[in-house]
Design a binder for this molecule. Sequence first.
Ligand SMILES: O=C(CO)[C@H](O)[C@H](O)COP(=O)(O)O
Length: 265
Amino acid sequence: MNLFYAQGVYFVKRAGMGALRQEMGLHVVSIPGSQISIRINNVILPKIFYMAIVAPSLLAADFLHLQHEVEMVNQSEADWLHLDVMDGQFVPNISFGPMVIEFVKKVTTKTCDVHLMIEEPSRYFEQFKKAGADHINIHIETCPRLHQDIQQIKAMGLKAGVAINPHNPASLLSDIIADVDIVLVMSVNPGFGGQQFIPNTLNKIREIKKLIREKGSSALINIDGGVTLGNAAEIVAAGADVLVAGSTVFGSKDPLGAIRELKKL
Ligand SMILES: O=C(CO)[C@H](O)[C@H](O)COP(=O)(O)O
């Protein structure tokens, strides 16, 4: 187990996660749960802090001032920029596609986490890579050849994520979880920002965490939808690694402060 000391706080790097995390540009990571104690050289460290990855979702930004919004995220403590692509088929809403991402990429300094809520996503992998995606997340519900699609994303040099809708159980991930870098758990029905977090997601996070351990996976658990300053601590305590936050960040009078609060968890 790797231990870091920074700003008066000990951070623990979870076994098996380090390489991926460092590759993803993170310096310190830990296991959740301030209730966990660890023993190092016979000294018990009583408090372990967890730093979630924070990914503001551009869907909730002011599109008239997109550059300004992206620059705000650049100045923040956020780690990733979450980019929701919707086709009006898989989800009822239509958002934006590779062209917008290409412009965003010119300005952003953050990792571009692209979430494809579209039918037949593999038709567009190349376009999204070209546009600047660092991660491509695809839905288990849209991919009859999910394993092949995940391998294709990874072969392109990108991180691959599998997204799962609220009605689908964690067990559906059983035979793919060892192959993915990210599990994107939808905590609202996909299509729109500003919805209420579905409480059963907390159980699902715990189940996915268990599955990750059982399968020796190094996937990060990313929670998308209805994340607020009020429920984020509980979500992280359940085992989430990444918090996508749209309205909580872009709807705030102090978006930098909102991101800072999420990072403090
Ligand atoms: O994927 C999404 C919707 O399909 C959005 O990323 C998600 O809803 C985040 O928005 P908010 O934080 O406002 O709930």
